[in-house]
Design a protein around this ligand. Structure first.
Ligand code: SAM
Length: 197
């Protein structure tokens, strides 16, 4: 869960942050976050204890967020983007779903808002896996972010063993990550802070 610590620190460091949207949440983390901010949460899956959450949970799809333009000081979506359009979580295959999600995030973010997210990256070209996680090539990820009307403020890479690494040390997929249920141990991470361009 070390990536959620990075997101929490970035929220704390952003002045005047009041209203936050989290998409596809880690519930325990978000319950803590809700003690400091006004929080909305969106997920395609319901939760049996949603009535007890200290934030408003809405069932919805990130490709079409049920919020007004310019609503949030920060939008957090760790470990969401790489599932988009891959037919995971009962959704349809759609290679452009990540573009739709990032465009929606840009729309609901305030002019001085930030987006904070984590995804998986590989050197060179990415891998689009039906039913699994998409692994982004850096160029592909940067282009997708830019096309959605966002710019990268910060990008930090981590090894599968949580060491911060330069882009040149990203490791290629071994194929083990294709095995259903296999955790994240073979794949490098990108932690990103984005803003409206
Ligand atoms: C791997 S979990 C991420 C959990 C958490 N954000 C974290 O970093 O630990 C992905 C979450 O995204 C949700 N999700 C998947 N597709 C979605 C979509 N199209 N719109 C909204 N939520 C989605 C899933 O239901 C799940 O709760």
């Amino acid at each position: 869960m070390f990536w959620l610590g990075w997101i929490s620190r970035n929220l704390r460091d952003k002045q005047n942050t009041k209203r936050i949207l989290d998409i596809g949440s880690n519930i325990f983390w978000l319950i803590g976050i809700a003690s400091n901010y006004e929080v909305d949460m969106v997920d395609v899956r319901d939760h049996p204890l949603a009535d007890y959450f200290p934030f408003k949970m809405t069932i919805g799809d990130a490709v079409s967020l049920p919020f007004e333009d310019n609503s949030f000081d920060a939008v957090t979506f760790p470990q969401l983007l790489h599932w988009m359009g891959t037919a995971a979580y009962g959704r349809e295959i759609d290679v452009n779903a990540d573009h739709a999600v990032l465009s929606e995030i840009a729309r609901v973010m305030k002019a001085d808002g930030i987006g904070l997210f984590i995804t998986f990256v590989v050197p060179g070209s990415g891998v689009f896996k039906i039913g699994g996680r998409r692994l982004y090539g850096i160029e592909d990820l940067e282009t997708t972010i830019r096309r959605a009307g966002l710019k990268i403020v910060e990008i930090v890479y981590y090894s599968p063993t949580f060491q911060q690494i330069p882009e040149g040390k990203l490791v290629a997929p071994t194929g083990r990550e294709l095995v259903t249920g296999n955790p994240d141990e073979d794949i490098c991470w990108a932690f990103l802070k984005v803003a409206k361009s």
